[in-house]
Design a protein around this ligand. Structure first.
Ligand code: SAM
Length: 302
């Protein structure tokens, strides 16, 4: 398995405080929750939240038997663990979305919000999602749209060098990508996904409007506009619900598979997680299983 993808590493940064708390984004947060209330399938089984961060979207974890928060940043997962607790049905996994340590078909539902824009290799990421999602499962995903109204206006006024109409992704800041909706749909199709529902989100992301109109009102108006997503996509954020082209069936009983040898099962102990097939061991830090970097050496047989 290749480990050569660039990663936008949030380790050590406080995304919750730096981006959300008191940062004037209540409207975006509320509008996203409205979209998710319409897109998330009936809960049940196993849910994976990819790039879960501090677990901002934990209201959507309700009703699932098991919820796995995956993030490359252990800092975010520690914050999530503080909020949501440890043990029971919630689990924390530090790993890259390019190399998820999960068995094929392990999940009934996969959620991924505000994460795609950090993927330089969308095809590889979608391939991994398709692998871990069971046939008949649902993938609810958000991506940043390059062809939104503000970007079109900026381009026409020559205040933005790149064209919102060109299909190739644009890296507008290092490791932050905006995508063309048509290009994204093609990539999803290439990985075996079918788009079932689309909601466009954040129609009113304009500083003046956000100052003048209370966030709940603006978000409610956004909610009314969101279904137009199935006709056109001109907002900075697009939410999709997709199914995967795979034979249906129940989810795999095993959650983990070894990211080193692809086998298993993995045996969880308080301090580490060990592959029964190859002996590789990864640290388990108070409930956060860490599959980043090199595994610990296999233990010598007694
Ligand atoms: C903008 S935050 C979004 C967090 C959360 N989904 C939300 O909506 O509040 C992006 C998250 O993606 C994670 N991330 C970025 N690249 C990743 C990768 N290669 N594998 C796993 N997580 C990654 C970051 O660590 C960060 O927590």
């Amino acid at each position: 398995m290749g480990r050569d993808h660039r990663i936008c590493d949030y380790e050590g940064s406080d995304y919750r405080a730096d981006f959300w708390e008191g940062r004037g984004r209540d409207y975006e947060d509320l509008a996203e929750r409205i979209a998710l209330r319409h897109l998330m399938p009936s809960p049940g089984g196993r849910l994976l939240d990819i790039g879960a961060g501090f677990g901002r979207l934990s209201e959507f974890y309700e009703g699932y038997d098991e919820v796995v928060l995956l993030d490359y940043s252990a800092t975010g997962l520690r914050q999530a663990r503080e909020r949501l607790g440890q043990g029971g049905r919630i689990r924390y996994v530090a790993a890259s979305f390019y190399e998820m340590p999960f068995a094929a078909d392990a999940f009934d539902t996969v959620l991924m919000v505000r994460v795609m824009h950090h993927a330089e290799d969308v095809a590889a990421l979608l391939g991994e999602v398709a692998r871990v999602l069971r046939g008949g499962g649902q993938y609810v995903v958000e991506f940043a749209n390059k062809r939104h109204l503000k970007s079109i206006a900026r381009y026409l006024l020559r205040r933005q060098p790149w064209s919102p109409f060109e299909r190739a992704p644009v890296e507008f800041v290092k490791m932050n990508f905006d995508f063309h909706p048509g290009w994204m749909e093609e990539r999803l199709g290439g990985a075996g996904f079918h788009v079932k529902q689309c909601r466009t989100v954040s129609h009113f992301r304009l500083p003046l409007l956000k100052r003048l109109v209370p966030a709940p009102t603006l978000a409610a108006l956004d909610g009314l506009c969101q279904p137009t997503g199935r006709l056109w996509q001109l907002t900075p954020s697009v939410f999709l619900r997709c199914t995967v082209d795979k034979a249906g069936g129940g989810p795999a009983a095993e959650l983990f598979r070894c990211p080193g040898c692809g086998g298993g099962p993995l045996q969880e102990a308080p301090d580490d997680v060990t592959c029964a097939a190859c002996g590789r061991r990864w640290p388990n830090e108070e409930g956060i299983a860490c599959f980043k970097g090199q595994p610990r050496p296999a233990q010598a047989a007694p």
